[in-house]
Design a protein around this ligand. Structure first.
Ligand code: NOJ
Ligand code: NOJ
Length: 591
């Protein structure tokens, strides 16, 4: 009997075994990951090495690399996991840690540091010493995802406490911390930032995505707490702008461009992490917020995973429908450039989140955008909506579950017996590399395991959002990704030839006067005196509509006139050819 069972198991495809590896790993690693994470929280965590109460160390590693600091990002990611589990009743033993974290962040927010003080940008400081003093060495600063992630964690906690009628603690203790973070996000989201990997200073998808989420949540919480209408409406206005900006990261090559600067491919775990950190099951597969099962996020995931297949020696020999180990981004050279535990787990988590939604909505949509992703599992699948009663739904979701489990199994295969999760996995021999016992790796394991079990985090209000990237007057500014989306463009039917130019200012803190000038009469023949003033009604987007000659090659540039100072965009000129009839819309970013 036993022998027969063993034989049939061996006869099953290799990938099947991965689900049983994942089952066993979830069972054994869950308590170890939980313990590993709590061990890194001061003052009583066994590895916290003198960290003050509620302070989370990134890792107990003190050399190569020295991670014995507290990062706002890593700490918030850990506490998001802890607070979610508490609020959902999965683990309600952590109240002491949560209270300590809250108390510690009151202090940390006030520490003057190289990014500034509380009122002058200090909230963007990425990391502090574990005794709650400033880290003053050189670093990639500011990192503007930190305040957003921290307030996401604290708002989850606040909403839970409100549901338990603990309004006074929320109002008196949590709200002041949250409000500081929200005001920082509202005021600074369009300023450049170092990315979550602390390397590139530009705009970064992960940062923008979590900023959008928290501004949106800020509207609801501030309203619930009776905060002034002016504050609420500012969060709302900024959230709308941020959602518009978020759309601009889509790259028609089939992925989200993780950073606006840096000159890399743009393929980056940044985008997968953004999707899982903004998951809202109530929003279904909405692509505006890049929900895990949205077609954009699925195609992005496919592009991301495939970028690592032939990159790492350790990934060789796996078929295209089998999981591999993934890293931060293909060009990464940090510690040799290796797969990471938390990024490989993020792939699984995005797919488990997707399965939660497909199973609950009882259908799955394959669009022309997500087709390439679904064809991994069924090369003959066609675009369409497949109800849960269909054989396609059953086979696709089954195959995707197996695929997801493969990423967990890959991590399992490189986890030492004590369950410790380092930062990285050697790209050649699979041994742990870089910081040991990384808090974020443990947190990633816990949230991935929960998603695998079907745990649905609290909604943050992503459902039913729409873009309103322009107010009055019409014509509205349009964001198109040229592949599939174009919004609110009815003036296109009114004018025979129509040019709308909008310009996205990423780095301007205040409203500036932006003009358009170019190579034809309608664009003032390169004049700077009579250049066309663009509307900033939809700041930080400038727009203008111009009637242009048909079939004509047009060159143009934007200029910034500030009193007597005139700044031209850098070369070369922008250029396009007008169509024979109809409209042409272009979106440019100031160079
Ligand atoms: C330390 C940062 O934490 C890491 O993300 C980065 O890759 C290295 N410095 C190299 O810049
Ligand atoms: C380097 C990672 O790139 C960064 O995201 C993280 O915050 C720090 N290490 C600390 O874990």
């Amino acid at each position: 009997m036993l022998f027969a069972a063993t034989l049939s198991l061996l006869a099953l495809p290799n990938v099947w075994a991965q689900s049983s590896v994942a089952d066993a790993y979830v069972a054994s690693e869950s308590p170890l990951a939980r313990a590993g994470m709590l061990a890194n929280i001061g003052p009583s965590g066994s590895q916290s090495l003198g960290a003050f109460p509620g302070i989370v160390i990134a890792s107990p590693s003190t050399v190569n690399p020295d991670y014995l600091f507290t990062w706002t990002r890593d700490s918030a990611v850990a506490f998001s996991a802890i607070v979610n589990q508490f609020a959902l009743g999965i683990d309600t033993t952590t109240r002491g840690e949560i209270d300590d974290y809250v108390a510690s962040q009151v202090i940390v927010q006030q520490i003057p540091n190289p990014s500034g003080d509380l009122a002058s940008g200090g909230l963007g400081e990425p990391k502090f010493n574990i005794n709650e003093t400033a880290f003053t060495g050189p670093w990639g600063r500011p990192q503007r995802d930190g305040p957003a992630l921290r307030s996401i964690a604290l708002i989850t906690w606040a909403n839970f406490l409100l549901s338990e009628s603990n309004t006074s603690y929320v109002t008196d203790t949590l709200w002041p911390i949250i409000e500081n973070d929200l005001n920082y996000v509202a005021a600074n989201w369009n300023e450049s930032t170092f990315d979550l990997w602390e390397e590139l200073n530009s705009s970064s998808f992960f940062t923008t995505a979590v900023q959008h989420r928290v501004l949106h949540q800020g509207v609801s919480l501030a309203t619930a707490l009776g905060q002034p209408e002016s504050l609420v409406s500012n969060y709302e206005t900024q959230a709308n702008f941020v959602l518009c900006f978020l759309q601009t990261y889509w790259n028609t090559a089939g992925h989200i461009t993780a950073n606006t600067g840096g000159g890399r491919s743009g393929i980056d775990a940044n985008t997968v992490l953004a999707s899982i950190h903004t998951f809202d099951a109530a929003a279904g597969c909405d692509a505006l917020t890049f929900q895990p099962c949205s077609d954009l996020a699925l195609l992005n995931l496919h592009t991301y995973v495939d970028a690592f297949r032939s990159l790492y020696e350790i990934n060789s020999g796996f078929a295209s429908n089998e999981a591999v180990l993934t890293g931060r981004y293909p060009e990464d050279v940090y510690m040799g450039g290796n797969p990471w535990y938390l990024t490989t787990l993020a792939v699984a988590e995005q797919l488990y989140d997707s399965l939660i939604v497909w199973n609950s909505q009882k259908s799955l949509e394959v669009t022309s955008t997500s087709l390439a992703f679904f064809q991994i599992f069924d090369s003959s699948i066609a675009a369409g909506t497949y109800a849960s009663s269909s054989s396609q739904f059953t086979s696709l979701t089954g195959a995707i579950k197996t695929f997801s489990d493969g990423f967990v199994a890959a991590v399992a295969n490189h986890t030492p017996a004590n369950g410790g999760l380092a930062e990285q996995i050697s790209n050649t021999n699979g041994t742990p590399v870089s910081a040991v016992d990384l808090t974020w790796s443990f947190a990633a394991a816990l949230t991935t395991f929960d998603a695998r079990k079907g745990v649905v985090p609290a909604s943050w209000g992503a459902k039913g959002l729409s873009l309103s990237c322009a107010g009055e007057p019409i014509p509205q500014t349009v964001f198109c990704d040229f592949q599939r989306r174009c919004y609110y463009y009815f003036w296109a039917y009114v004018y025979p030839l129509f040019l709308a130019i909008c310009r996205l200012m990423l780095f301007g803190a205040r409203i500036e006067n932006i003009y358009l000038t170019g190579s034809v009469d309608a664009l003032e023949d390169w004049s700077t005196e009579t250049a066309l003033l663009m509307s900033s009604a939809n700041y930080p987007i400038w727009s203008i509509t111009v009637t242009l000659p048909a079939n004509t090659d047009i060159q143009y540039k934007y200029i910034n006139i500030d009193g007597s100072a005139l700044t031209w965009e850098s070369d070369p000129n922008n250029e396009f050819t007008t169509p024979a009839s109809g409209t042409f819309v272009t979106h440019d970013t100031w160079r």
